[in-house]
Design a protein around this ligand. Structure first.
Ligand code: PL3
Ligand code: FE2
Ligand code: FE2
Length: 246
């Protein structure tokens, strides 16, 4: 039908790369979009930088793993550069002081655990919680991202599964001696992740990312990891409840 054709080409002219089927893309050029992106982009850049630092620190606690951990750390620097390019591409200046403050609760807990040589707590914070948070954020972002950022984020999310898997494999192999420390580290850190999700929700909504989708995707990734490590459904439910109580 001619009318349908006209409507379709009018839509496509607004988005030269062609619309993604079934998704509602934001206008990447508005001040509102760029303002929200200045914080979200900074969070992601800071998160990738801190992930690099955390894997390098973990290498000091696990010297026989130092080489593999340095390999993971290098991937994080590549991610950081990719997301920096995404901000530049949109003409956005990342709000790094905001992002440093945003990560401070998890960073402080990671640093305290590192000082005490608590490798299980360090792995739970970085390789499980932060990676599951990143995986959920990137999944939900990909369908509503600008074409440049979409391509970069698709490459990154594959690596993040490698990082989550690294933590899973180590913790699974050491489950019995790690169980009590894992449960305590979960209790002390999952509430921070929940607060981080709450804080990012309004900016994420401007990017057309829904908070409910972020929470759902985070819980799937985190619960899958805990299942693989060897926790029972009841134990996992008790651990997830920490986010409601904390
Ligand atoms: C570890 O590899 C990476 C840690 C990064 C954490 C990212 C959290 C992201 C929260 C906001 C979601 C927006 C995604 C948009 C990407 C530009
Ligand atoms: Fe990363
Ligand atoms: Fe990662």
């Amino acid at each position: 039908m001619p009318t349908l054709e006209t409507t379709k080409s009018a839509d496509s002219s607004l988005d030269p790369t062609g619309p993604v089927e079934g998704s509602d893309l934001p206008d990447f050029t508005t001040d509102a979009y760029k303002d929200a992106y200045s914080r979200i982009n900074a969070i992601v850049i800071e998160g990738e930088q801190e992930a690099h630092d955390n894997y390098m620190s973990l290498g000091t606690l696990l010297p026989d793993q130092a080489e593999e951990l340095a390999r993971l750390a290098r991937m994080e620097i590549k991610h950081m550069k990719g997301f920096t390019a995404c901000g530049n591409n949109l003409g956005v200046v990342a709000d790094m002081p905001f992002a440093q403050e945003f990560f401070s609760p998890l960073r402080n807990n990671f640093q305290a655990a590192l000082t005490e040589g608590k490798v299980v707590t360090c792995l739970l914070i970085q390789a499980l919680l932060i990676e599951a948070f990143a995986i959920s954020a990137y999944h939900i972002y990909i369908p509503v991202a600008d074409p440049f950022a979409r391509r970069i984020t698709e490459g990154v999310v594959k690596d993040e599964y490698t990082h989550l898997n690294y933590g899973q494999v180590w913790l699974k192999a050491h489950l019995e001696e790690s169980r009590a420390e894992l449960e305590q580290a979960n209790r002390e850190n999952l509430p921070h992740v929940r607060r981080m999700l709450d804080r990012v929700a309004a900016d994420a909504a401007v990017l057309h990312m829904e908070k409910e989708d972020l929470i759902e995707d985070f819980l799937i990734a985190y619960q899958d990891a805990l299942t693989d490590i060897g926790f029972t459904p009841r134990e996992i439910a008790r651990m997830a409840a920490a986010a409601l109580i904390g």
